[in-house]
Design a binder for this molecule. Structure first.
Ligand SMILES: C[S@@+](CC[C@H](N)C(=O)[O-])C[C@H]1O[C@@H](n2cnc3c(N)ncnc32)[C@H](O)[C@@H]1O
Length: 852
């Protein structure tokens, strides 16, 4: 079995990277060569934020002359901030030419010092439209609390009660919510309150009345009402109600409108928001359009890297080439080489987390929340028509829902933070075969792990035990009554008391026995407590996955992602590869045979032990997995390996370095770089992986699109790797093991890398190449600002007393941090590519190659 990156063809649904930026529709020319940009000319933008240099000889001044022919006039703060009316009136002619202080095109137009655009410009109109849409979105925000709300007056809300100035029975508003609840003694009191509150504002926010779910399903509750106070003092909102509740919510819009409350009609159902809309908001678009949409939004986000790095570039330091050349790429920091589509577009998720709550009709439901708690939404709807969810996951959510209807224990109440049943997670593991249509793919699912999250505090142990037995029975029967029976490998209970369903990695887990059912001899379930793990395959390697370990939710697309990352990482047998935030070791292990050694870093202990086990079951011996936060271990690991690559002798002491380290590397194996494939065959990886021809993605040969060229390159790469890995080349020079090439592939969570990790990577002189994989392009951009902006010759000490960071964007924060970056050579963005792991949603993975 080969452990090389996949030599599968790249998914067929790719977008041609040569599609021009739709934000620049009027600009002709190739995408990588057009000469216009939405950005202000480089030097102008730089100077707007930097104090003017007094030293004519600084490189900043040199930059000005090279980069901006009209540099002298351009120091005026209003330079090119208005459109030239003469130019417009006379159809494109103005005697001042390029020296005119007014802009001759939308592209040339600059933002005014007060952050507004010339009001006659398209940009201003677009900004107004966007802000109106934002307002509308807020206005249409519905209150969808479907849980019982306690009606006692909360002393801490006394101030808010006073503001309302109306008679009521009780008022409640929970911290962090934009919605509050008011209860009334009678219908008359409610009517009066509605009249009084109409048009009223608190602070600078209008109050909006909105409908509350009629709690027909909660007959015992009398007129309850609560009011939630937002942490932002200016954003008060109130929701009022009797059994027929009338909600009031604020929207920051001067015309806060009132939704008429209705005691018998569920006004919320009319919102028409479905689980499908919330979970798969792009599902209404053809897949090709979804890819196009994502590519465009990633392009816009990437441009922030150029803008912010330009702003953050210290005065007196030359702008790097990649910024100076960004105009040729329409403001992009590097080429965006397209977007790879997911091989499987429907039912691709191998993990689904279903919330437990009440539907809009008041029925206990297992599915997706229609919004978030903070917006006053707790309604849960079944996962109907959500194309990313597999049929198996849907079936198990129905089984659980049915079970809950008759359970003796309550469902979790997000408002009161009480209850027992909270969430169901369905995790699926596939066979190694690769089906790329949803139906066959389902037949490929061999293992299923179910994890039910509960909160046991305050409940009787005997009752809990008996409910768990019934739960296991229900799942076993649910599995068996399907034909063929649904896979059921493990059933786990996670105990968690926290407010949100996101449990810490060390939340207690308990494995339940899955009973044998009477109704199905086909049931392939395990009849005893088994080790709660499932398996999946990536690049023909088998991966063992613990209940809480991270594993990409779209396995087939993840394989493409890792192949691309390996391809760009420029690996060879003298490469030391750092797999930062390695999870169960997927990236490092799939690339292990092409490098001298992999060092994986991961903070989740069970993921680390999975990674170690995965190395063992696949016979991979040149990997070492370190359990710890990257910010705590990255610096010392880099130092350790740097000295190792300088002194080969030290390699012998490799596995004795740290207590925290779990090493899968056998000392004797490491210097000789023998890698065993999962079948025990020894093989060697030699030489550099070929880099794609520069022309492959930019200059198109023989009428091929850029993505076709890339696809064939990757296919070729796959087969080259395959042949290398299976050849018995032998006789490697042990000296090769001095790592000449240190590469990091980082794949952090949504928030990006910790600043300490960025600093360690940036200041390590031997690290020449960094492949950044990100599920959140915004945080990638923020981290890349720190990695790629030139440092000042003398850095500033961090301003720890400054509290202004709270209101800063991630890019703004990154610019601040650049100021204290130790003097070090910055990276430069070389190329980027998006990989769609999440069809029908707005999310997308992204890979960026950084070099220096
Ligand atoms: C996006 S996942 C990537 C995992 C792995 N590369 C993969 O593709 O399966 C991010 C991983 O980073 C881990 N993680 C989060 N914060 C971390 C930190 N500060 N240090 C090390 N690992 C961290 C998470 O536990 C998770 O496994």
């Amino acid at each position: 079995m080969a452990a090389s990156p996949s030599n599968e063809p790249i998914p067929t649904e790719t977008l041609n990277p040569a599609i021009p930026d739709p934000q620049q529709p009027s600009i002709p020319g190739p995408v990588n060569g057009h000469d216009s940009t939405n950005e202000p000319p480089p030097d102008l933008n730089h100077r707007l934020s930097d104090p003017p240099s007094t030293d004519d000889t600084t490189s900043g001044e040199k930059r000005k002359r090279e980069d901006d022919p009209a540099a002298d006039q351009s120091t005026h703060p209003l330079w090119k901030t208005s459109l030239c009316s003469f130019f417009r009136r006379h159809s494109g002619s103005c005697s001042h030419g390029s020296g005119c202080r007014y802009a001759h095109s939308e592209e040339e137009l600059r933002l005014r010092p007060d952050n507004t655009w010339d009001p006659t410009s398209e940009r201003a109109k677009k900004a107004i439209k966007l802000s109106e849409e934002g307002d509308k979105a807020e206005v249409s925000g519905e209150v969808m609390m479907t849980e019982v709300m306690v009606g006692e007056e909360d002393g801490s809300e006394a101030g808010l009660s006073k503001c309302l100035g109306i008679p009521f029975r009780s008022v409640k508003k929970k911290k962090g919510m934009t919605v509050g609840f008011v209860s009334f003694e009678s219908m008359e009191q409610l009517q009066t309150a509605m009249e009084e509150l109409e048009g009223k504002s608190i602070g600078n926010k209008n109050i909006k009345l909105a409908d509350v779910i009629p709690r027909s399903f909660d007959k015992k509750t009398n007129s309850t009402m609560s009011l939630h106070q937002n942490t932002q003092k200016t954003d008060e909102s109130v929701l009022a109600g009797e059994n027929a509740d009338v909600p009031v919510s604020s929207n920051g819009n001067e015309d806060g409108d009132i939704n008429e409350g209705n005691s018998t009609v569920n006004g919320l159902a009319s919102s028409g928001r479905s689980a499908r809309d919330v979970v798969t908001p792009l599902a209404h678009m053809p897949y090709a359009d979804q890819l196009e949409h994502k590519r465009n939004s990633i392009m816009q986000i990437l441009k922030k890297l150029t803008r912010n790095a330009r702003k953050a570039c210290p005065s007196g330091v030359s702008l790097p080439e990649w910024i100076l050349n960004s105009r040729e790429r329409g403001g992009l920091p590097c080429n965006l080489e397209g977007i790879l589509g997911s091989p499987l577009v429907n039912g691709y998720r191998n993990k689904c987390e279903f919330s437990v709550g009440y539907s809009l009709q008041g029925k206990i439901t297992v599915g997706f929340m229609l919004g978030n708690f903070r917006e006053g939404v707790t309604a849960v709807e079944e996962p109907v028509d959500c194309p990313n969810v597999s049929g198996i996951a849907c079936k198990y959510s129905s089984v659980f829902q049915e079970f809950l209807q008759n359970s003796g224990l309550p469902v979790w109440n997000r408002f009161k933070n009480t209850g027992f049943w909270r969430q169901l997670t369905v995790r699926e593991g596939r066979r190694p075969e690769k089906a790329t249509d949803a139906e066959n793919c389902e037949a490929n699912i061999a293992e299923v792990l179910l994890m039910v999250q509960v909160s046991t505090v305050g409940f009787d142990d005997a009752l809990i035990t008996s409910e768990f037995e019934k739960l296991a029975q229900a799942f076993a029967e649910g599995s068996a009554k399907n034909f063929p029976s649904l896979p059921l490998t493990a059933l786990v209970v996670q105990d968690h008391l926290g407010i949100s369903n996101v449990a810490p990695a060390d939340a207690p887990l308990r494995s339940l026995t899955i009973p044998k059912t009477v109704c199905g001899p086909e049931l392939e379930a395990n009849y005893s407590v088994v080790e709660a793990r499932i398996h999946d395959y990536i690049s023909n390697l088998r991966f063992c996955i613990s209940p809480t370990a991270f594993f990409q939710v779209n396995t087939l697309a993840a394989e493409k992602l890792y192949t691309l990352a390996g391809y760009w990482a420029g690996l060879s047998s003298d490469t030391l590869l750092f797999d930062v935030c390695c999870g169960t070791g997927t990236i490092g292990l799939t690339l292990a045979r092409h490098v001298g050694m992999v060092v994986g870093i991961e903070m989740n202990a069970s993921a680390v032990s999975d990674a170690q086990r995965n190395a063992e079951i696949n016979g991979i011996k040149n990997c070492r997995f370190v359990c710890g936060k990257a910010e705590d271990v990255m610096g010392s690991l880099l130092k350790e390996y740097m000295s190792m690559s300088q002194k080969q002798d030290e390699i012998q002491n490799l596995s004795e370095s740290s207590d925290k380290v779990i090493s899968t590397t056998e000392e004797k194996d490491f210097p000789i770089n023998i890698v065993q494939d999962p079948e025990g065959n020894s093989s060697h990886s030699v030489g550099n992986l070929p880099e794609p021809e520069e022309s492959s993605s930019n200059e198109l040969e023989n009428g091929k699109t850029a993505s076709e060229c890339l696809e064939s390159n990757m296919r070729e790469l796959g087969s080259q790797l395959q042949s290398r890995c299976t050849s018995e080349s032998g006789n490697l020079n042990p000296k090769m093991q001095c790592f000449k090439n240190i590469v990091a592939i980082v794949d952090p969570p949504r928030g990006g890398l910790h600043p300490t990790v960025i600093k360690a990577l940036r200041t390590h002189p031997c690290l020449q190449r960094l492949v950044y994989i990100s599920c959140n392009p915004e945080s990638l951009v923020a981290n890349a600002i720190e990695l790629c902006t030139p440092s000042a010759e003398k850095n500033e000490k961090g301003n720890k007393g400054n509290r202004g960071w709270r209101n800063m964007s991630s890019a703004g924060l990154a610019r601040q941090r650049v100021k204290s970056m130790p003097v070090s050579e910055p990276f430069r963005p070389v190329k980027a590519m998006a990989v769609d792991l999440f069809p029908h949603t707005s999310h997308c993975e992204m890979v960026m190659l950084l070099e220096r």
